[in-house]
Ligand binder design. Structure first.
Ligand SMILES: *Cc1c(COP(=O)(O)O)cnc(C)c1O
Length: 310
């Protein structure tokens, strides 16, 4: 058994900006599932590790950017469960000065310390990563492996994410989650009860997510995407967002990551402030983790001389 089934705790949020709105807001702390295999990545890897094992594969190959939560989680999961891991990382310039890059990039440093082997590829090669030519080249180079897609999303990942909600979450009317590839929200949608609705908050621009999610879900009228709060795109960040994340943490002691959960919570708080939900609504936001990304983001923010995430 890999990555045992667990239930995370639910924490009520008291935040000054929305205290008088008559809405109950809770956070489901999936970020606490495992110290290194963060939040939804734990859920998404679970049945993929099992499948790799069943197929008698000893190596996991996956893809990601240089600060990817999925890369960090896959390295940690492989380390813990005795799989060799190879990370195909976007950006061939990183290979030029690897020691220096690793020193300044907490994500790659962590992955490297957990024995992940890197293959740095150009941005154009990275775009073609799902072609059979590219995969064939990887097989030539690394031998047989189990392929985990970028962001970890496939049907087995969705199945793992169907375990996020449990009977203790039936009290909620609305379930919110940040969206990258759509795997996590798909699992959540599949496990909704009849009285519940899911709202996904994409962390990136683009209209393709609706169709991605439809590949994995049966019901199409119990969920929606709110595409307002991506803050100009994936991993883009503003001082307004940083201020929000810091204020949220100082009042609730819940840390948020700048790429996913920070944007989602900013969105939920903004919607509550604008009376989007009717009084008495009980909302739970899924904390999908991603906190490992704060250190790397802070190094980038320091270079730009703007406030950091505390
Ligand atoms: C990867 C990630 C997501 C996005 O999950 P998808 O299944 O790709 O939609 C959300 N939040 C955090 C913290 C993540 O690391």
């Amino acid at each position: 058994m890999f990555l045992a089934t667990k239930n995370s705790r639910i924490q009520e949020v008291h935040f000054s900006e929305i205290n008088d709105k008559g809405i109950s807001l809770y956070i489901k702390r999936e970020d606490e599932l495992h110290p290194f295999i963060s939040g939804n990545k734990y859920r998404k890897l679970k049945y993929n590790l099992q499948e790799a094992f069943n197929q008698n594969k000893h190596t996991l190959v996956t893809f990601g950017g240089a600060y990817s939560n999925h890369i960090a989680a896959t390295a940690a999961a492989g380390f813990e469960h005795n799989f060799k891991t190879i990370g195909i990382i976007r950006g061939d310039e990183l290979a030029n000065n690897l020691q220096e890059v690793i020193k300044n990039n907490p994500t790659l440093k962590f992955a490297s310390e957990h024995n992940m082997q890197f293959e740095f590829v150009t941005r154009s090669a990275y775009r073609n990563k799902n072609t059979s030519e590219f995969i064939a080249k990887l097989k030539e180079k690394f031998g047989d492996f189990y392929l985990v897609p970028e962001g970890g999303t496939n049907r087995l990942a969705v199945r793992g994410c169907e375990e996020i909600l449990t009977s203790s979450d039936e009290q909620f009317d609305i379930i919110c989650a940040a969206v990258g590839t759509g795997g996590t929200i798909s699992g959540i949608i599949n496990s909704l009860k009849n009285h519940q609705k899911a709202i996904g908050f994409p962390a990136l621009k683009g209209d393709f997510l609706q169709d991605e999610i439809k590949k994995y879900v049966l019901n199409n009228d119990n969920w929606s995407l709110n595409t307002t709060y991506h803050f100009w795109g994936y991993a883009k960040i503003s001082e307004e967002l940083i201020t929000f994340i810091n204020k949220f943490k100082s009042e609730t002691s819940i840390p948020l990551d700048p790429v996913y959960t920070g944007k989602m919570l900013f969105g939920i708080v903004d919607l509550i402030k604008n009376d989007f939900f009717k009084k008495g609504t009980k909302i739970v936001a899924i904390h999908t983790g991603g906190l490992q990304g704060i250190a790397g983001m802070n190094i980038l923010l320091e270079r730009k001389n703007v406030p950091q995430i505390v």
